[in-house]
Design a protein around this ligand. Structure first.
Ligand code: EPU
Length: 453
């Protein structure tokens, strides 16, 4: 088994290039299936989730050439080979469920999709997806195939544009609705839509493909289906989660890192919070430089939220940063009910963090009366000690790497594949900044799992 060995203590210094956004690339690959024309993507990150999505598209009939060195990928799905997504893709990531929206208008056959996977960060239901697609005329049923669950979806009479009102601005449900609307007859309106930069990226891509698609100031998206499909070439926006992760690594290790391609606009809220605790940054024409300014103060209140709020995926590395600030800070997670499972291990490493079921801070959220540990109080600064760690999910994984980089002594981290799902060449990138981190092959028994407490 491969594990990571991290020796903490070194300040990170130097320059790296931001990868293309994971959560945009995978969606554009799925979006390419709506069309029978070729699509070219530039700035494609070399990560596990892209690999899985490419495999998935090939399974359905896409021809794909991916030049990993040039970060350029061409995908062309002239005809669909099948609309059955095998069970082996079940649980791999959240992408299969989006195939329903992408394929509904392209086939009269049933679309069979394994039940949704992804990280262990909450229940992650798909009720909003189903309600939205049914509004456009789809019929979706959940059935058991052998021992596993699958969704059977069809629109034998074609899809018809309609008005979708999302109960919550879910990223995935918005994407599924947009994709289905592409081949629906007439116009579709999505109210209370997610407006994350990755959604905007999808809209830009689909406009190039031939769609008329627009966004109002009140989270309403309008789509007029495509009449004539056009070939597309698109360069993927940089990954704001990866950029924030390295930014925090620079500031917390008392270093200085320039991230080429990091974009101020998509990191606005993050930058404000970083400045509030005394983290330094300078916006340059081709990226952002992040650095330690000498003193980090706590007393911060963060509430994760949908865009343009503070991203839930910034929460985990920021929590590690807050263990190094002077005073108490509050983190209130309002997007996922169970996104503090990783805290247990940080505590073991020496962090002073308490979890609460109440909404701490400004407002009550959807989880106010639902008995989830979804608020945290972090007191700092606390020294951290190297540990044996098992990664529970992607973003917690990077937070652990970060904690290990700050810790005294050596840490061993298991679950490398999870990090490779979302962070391109992260071992090389961290080493180039002066970190002491390596992958080692070990026959040792599994390390203790971090659990929710
Ligand atoms: N939700 C429902 N019902 C639904 C859909 C969502 O209750 O039908 C709930 C979820 O359980 C969650 C909340 O709504 O509590 C938000 O979920 P959303 O649908 O917005 O998230 P997602 O599309 O499943 C994407 C990203 C996540 C990111 C979230 C929020 C991808 C592949 N995943 O997930 O990224 O945290 O949006 O921005 O795009 C990651 O990259 O590590 C990651 C988890």
């Amino acid at each position: 088994m491969k594990i990571l060995e991290v020796q903490g203590g070194a300040p990170l210094e130097g320059r790296i290039r931001a990868q293309g956004a994971k959560n945009a690339t995978t969606k554009l690959l799925v979006a390419s299936l709506v069309s029978d024309k070729p699509c070219i993507l530039n700035n494609v990150p070399n990560i596990g989730d892209v690999e899985i999505t490419v495999d998935l598209c090939k399974e359905l009939g896409s021809k794909v050439t991916w030049d990993r060195k040039e970060k350029r990928l061409e995908i062309h799905t002239e005809t669909l080979k099948t609309s059955y997504i095998p069970q082996r893709f079940s649980g791999a990531n959240r992408i299969p469920i989006l195939m329903i929206g992408a394929l509904l208008g392209r086939t009269n056959e049933d679309i069979i999709v394994p039940t949704a996977g992804g990280d262990r960060i909450g229940k992650r239901p798909i009720n909003f997806h189903i309600q939205a697609l049914e509004t456009l005329g789809a019929k979706i049923e959940s059935r058991t195939m052998k021992t596993e669950g699958a969704y059977f979806a069809q629109a034998h009479n074609g899809l018809k544009g309609g008005v979708i009102h999302l109960e919550y601005p879910s990223v995935g449900a918005t994407e599924n609705s947009i994709l289905a609307a592409m081949r629906a007859k007439g116009n579709t309106t999505i109210k209370n839509a997610a407006t994350e930069p990755e959604i905007i990226e999808l809209m830009l891509f689909l406009q190039k493909m031939g769609a008329a698609i627009s966004l109002d100031a009140d989270r309403t998206i309008h789509i007029e289906g495509i009449k004539k499909f056009l070939p597309v070439e698109h360069t993927i926006v940089s990954d704001r989660i990866e950029a924030a992760s390295y930014a925090i690594a620079a500031v917390s290790t008392k270093g200085r890192v320039f991230i080429e391609g990091a974009q101020q606009l998509n990191m606005l809220t993050f930058l404000n919070k970083l400045r509030e605790i005394g983290g330094g940054f300078e916006i340059k024409p081709d990226g952002i430089e992040f650095f330690h300014t000498g003193y980090l103060s706590g007393g911060l209140h963060i509430e994760t939220d949908v865009h343009p709020g503070f991203m839930t995926d910034w929460q985990q590395p920021f929590a590690v940063l807050l263990t190094q600030t002077e005073g108490s800070s509050v983190l209130h997670e309002t997007v996922y009910e169970n996104r503090f499972g990783y805290i247990h291990m940080l505590r073991k490493m020496g962090a002073d963090i308490e979890l609460f079921r109440q909404c701490l801070g400004g407002k009550s959220c959807r989880f106010a009366t639902r008995n989830y540990l979804h608020s945290a109080v972090i007191r700092g600064p606390t020294p951290l000690i190297g540990s044996d760690i098992s990664i529970p999910d992607l973003r917690a994984g990077f937070a652990y790497v970060l904690a290990a980089l700050l810790a005294e002594g050596k840490s061993k981290i298991e679950g490398l594949w999870m990090l490779e799902r979302g962070y391109e060449h992260f071992v090389e990138k961290l080493n180039s900044l002066g970190a002491d981190i390596k992958i080692v092959d070990t026959k040792a028994p599994k390390l203790a799992k971090a659990s929710v407490s």
